[in-house]
Design a protein around this ligand. Sequence first.
Ligand code: MN
Length: 319
Amino acid sequence: MKIDHQQAWELLCSMDRILLLTHRLPDGDALGSIFALYLVLKDLGKEVRCVTDKIPASLKAAAIPCDEPAFAPDFVVTVDVGDRKLLGEELDAQYGGRVDLCIDHHGTNSDFAKYTLVDPAAAAACEVLFDMLKGAGFAFTPAIAGELYVGIATDTGCFRYGNTTAKTMRAAADLMEYGVDTAYLNTEIFETKTREFTAFERMAMNALKTYFDGRVALMLITREMYERSGLDESDDKAINALPRQIEGVYVGITVKEKQDGQGFRVSMRSKEPVSAAEICASLGGGGHRLAAGCELTGTKEQAVETLLNAAKAVIDKVL
Ligand SMILES: [Mn+2]
């Protein structure tokens, strides 16, 4: 059932023993929203615990100590999760069918929770949380404001992507006034690269190929690239932006060989008028219009061919 910001806030206030979850391989919005909500609920005196996958090196600045002992939750909340599958196999099996409240901003949200607060016009789950807290008159601490800023800044590519609205900018400005050191966070998150990532990026760029008169760029990331660079999988997100950066490219695809060798994770970015969400949806995935994803099985060659065919089908309609 869809609910609004105020109803979500009232639900949270009425519950205790709350478990917070987000998607696997968390990005800045996943971590910013789960940690912000954790700090808010702690402030309210709730018993609360959050479970996250490994925190990427680029997001260390957002990490907070929150290792609470496990408890049997009365209320399960997901943030920034468009579909229960994104929780990862283990958490999905344990909690996927009993999520009470889902707070999200994906237009493709699959309505898997009992109550859903989703605002597809929000740039980030953190913007949805900001609206909910501001509407409730919550007193933002600098730490809570910082987490929300991280989510909004990362999901907008530091306020560069088309999902950035005037309202998003105002939310960020408000958060600055609550004491966020935005220059520090921006440098840590958007500028600083580990040596491992630098080596990985070099190999990935060497593997980049273009197709269909340069309208599609595809980068096939092999397990060997992780091994040779020493990069942990949780730190590879920034690579996804590279293929679309090339002039004339409408669809930028990053195909990553999964750790268990069983298939591929695909990240896709597009430029108007091409919808990455439409291409990925035709392959069983989903996401935002210009940034989406899916998973594929088979050999490398099959995965690449499937992706190129799916991209071509959509490009031929609109370009
Ligand atoms: Mn998000």
